[in-house]
Write a protein that binds this ligand. Structure first.
Ligand code: C2E
Ligand code: CA
Ligand code: CA
Length: 263
């Protein structure tokens, strides 16, 4: 179905309302650390149930939001929601890093930065900002200055969807990232393509040499997990180690269980 401009505009008005009226929520997807053999993080993924349209996929509303100011409202909301969620998770004994998606377009936006710095400074736990590589970030002085300010405020930077689209070595050289996430197109074909396996292995080695940890996205089976372990990958994320789930589901699964009383 092709989206037309008037439809996009009404969807964005509805999305702004959804941020206020509780229709917009989040799911958490576990990030499993292969050395610690434990879930040490989670990605925050927006979920919208529209009263008429039903579930709206984040791919579609994020893409439309990115064409306007709406992306700033969505991202502010996601950051606030994440900080509140972090507090509640920690109260149940779950201490994981949370990762919020940040559109590359926003990085150079001064209005976004001012808000984000305030919100991030309230974070109690580790907070990653997953930035989708855009061709420009590595070249833009403003964007780089903003990334350093976000780090100063306590955030960690993650390069998202690495390998998809226009990945540039410039951004690896210049973006002050702590983590690199290899896009799932490479992970899905790891078992069948020697070429993709070589690309993944050399990306892992290069990231380590640059001081970044590596997360593989879209890990769906044990064979892929085993291969990534052998390659020295640090973290896996995908349906094998956990689908995106509600906060209640995450707590149910990962909160430390009280020991059963003896006798
Ligand atoms: P992403 O950042 O690459 O997020 C991972 C996507 O892969 C999620 O889709 C997740 O459900 C899916 N996924 C996870 N494990 C697997 C797997 O094993 N196999 C497969 N085939 N897929 C897997 P989702 O939730 O539909 O999100 C799509 C995209 O929407 C995200 O891609 C992200 O770019 C964007 N997005 C979601 N929430 C937000 C948000 O709050 N802000 C912004 N700016 N973007 C968001
Ligand atoms: Ca992401
Ligand atoms: Ca991704």
């Amino acid at each position: 179905m092709k989206s037309d401009a008037p439809g996009d505009a009404s969807l964005m008005t509805d999305m702004i309302d959804a941020l206020e009226n509780g229709e917009m929520g989040i799911h958490l997807q576990p990030k499993f650390d292969l050395r610690a053999n434990a879930v040490t993080g989670a990605e925050v993924l927006a979920r919208w149930t529209h009263p008429v349209r039903g579930e709206v996929r984040p791919d579609s509303f994020v893409n439309i939001a990115e064409k306007s100011e709406a992306i700033r409202a969505l991202t502010d909301w996601a950051l606030r929601t994440t900080i509140a969620t972090h507090k509640r998770l920690r109260a149940t004994g779950i201490d994981v890093a949370l990762a919020v998606n940040l559109s590359g377009r926003l990085v150079a936006d001064p209005a976004f930065l001012a808000n984000a710095l305030t919100i991030i400074s309230e974070s109690e736990g580790q907070l990653y900002l997953e930035i989708t590589e855009t061709a420009s970030i590595g070249d833009e002085e403003d964007a780089l200055r903003h990334l350093h300010a976000l780090i100063e405020a306590g955030a960690l930077i993650s390069i998202d969807d690495y390998g998809r689209g226009l990945s540039s070595l410039t951004s690896l050289r210049r973006i002050p990232a702590s983590e690199l996430k290899i896009d799932r197109v490479f992970i899905e074909s790891l078992q069948h393509s020697a070429r993709d396996a070589l690309i993944v292995q050399s990306t892992i080695d290069l990231s380590h040499a640059l001081g970044m940890k590596v997360t593989a996205e879209g890990v769906e089976n044990e064979a892929t997990l085993a291969a990534l372990k052998t390659m020295g990958c640090d973290v896996v994320q995908g349906h094998l180690t956990g689908w995106p789930m509600s906060e209640a589901g995450f707590i149910e699964r990962f909160a430390p269980k009280p020991r059963a009383e003896a006798g």
